[in-house]
Design a protein around this ligand. Structure first.
Ligand code: HEC
Length: 148
C-alpha cells in the first residue's frame, strides 16, 4: 500500500515535469547573427554593463550619488556610445534591438541626471526608480533577442 503510494507520487512527479521540460526548450527570442568578433565584443560589453550596474548600486548604497551618476553616464549613457561602437554594429542588428539599445543609453543618461539631483536632495527612492527604468531596457532586450 505504502509502495503503491510512493510509486504514484513518483509517476505524477515525472508526468508533471515533462511539460515543463519541453517548454524550457522553446525559445521565443529572435536569433540575431553577428560576425564572431562582434558577438565576442557585444558579450564582453554586456558583462561590463552588469559590472557597472553593480558598482552604481554599491555607490548608491553608500550615498555616493555623484559617483553613481558618472559611472552611468560614462559607461552606460549617451557618452558611452562611441566606446561601444554602436554605429559600427547597428547595421547587423534588427531595428527593434537598436531601438532598445538606444532607449537604454537614454535611460542611463536620465538616471545620471536624477542621481546628480539626489546628491543635493538625498532622494534615494527617486534615484532607484530612475535606475530601474534603465534596467527595464536590459530586461526588455534580453526577453526579445539572443545572439548566435
Ligand atoms: C539592445 C539589447 C540589449 C540591451 C539593452 C542589453 N542587453 Fe545584455 N544581452 C543582449 C543579448 C542579445 C545577449 C545575449 C543573450 C543570448 O544570446 O542568450 C545579452 C547578454 C548579456 C549578458 C551575458 C553575457 C555573456 O557573457 O554571456 C549579460 C551579463 C548582460 N547581457 C547584461 C546586460 C545589462 C546589465 C544590461 C543593461 C544595463 C543589458 N545587458 C542590456 C542584449 C541586450
Amino acid at each position: 500500500m505504502k509502495n503503491t503510494a510512493i510509486l504514484a507520487l513518483a509517476l505524477s512527479g515525472i508526468l508533471l515535469t515533462i511539460p515543463f521540460a519541453q517548454s524550457a526548450e522553446e525559445d521565443g527570442r529572435q536569433l540575431v547573427t553577428l560576425p564572431e568578433n562582434m558577438k565576442t565584443h557585444t558579450l564582453a560589453n554586456m558583462r561590463d554593463h552588469l559590472h557597472t550596474l553593480e558598482e552604481i548600486q554599491s555607490a548608491l548604497a553608500k550615498g555616493n550619488y555623484d559617483a553613481a551618476a558618472d559611472m552611468a553616464e560614462q559607461r552606460l549613457g549617451m557618452n558611452s556610445l562611441e566606446s561601444h561602437q554602436g554605429k559600427h554594429m547597428a547595421p547587423f542588428r534588427p531595428d527593434g534591438m537598436n531601438q532598445l539599445g538606444w532607449d537604454m543609453h537614454k535611460a542611463a543618461s536620465r538616471f545620471a541626471l536624477v542621481a546628480q539631483e539626489s546628491a543635493v536632495d538625498r532622494d534615494l527612492p527617486r534615484a532607484l526608480g530612475a535606475l530601474s527604468e534603465m534596467t527595464q531596457q536590459c530586461v526588455a532586450c534580453h526577453a526579445a533577442y539572443r545572439l548566435k
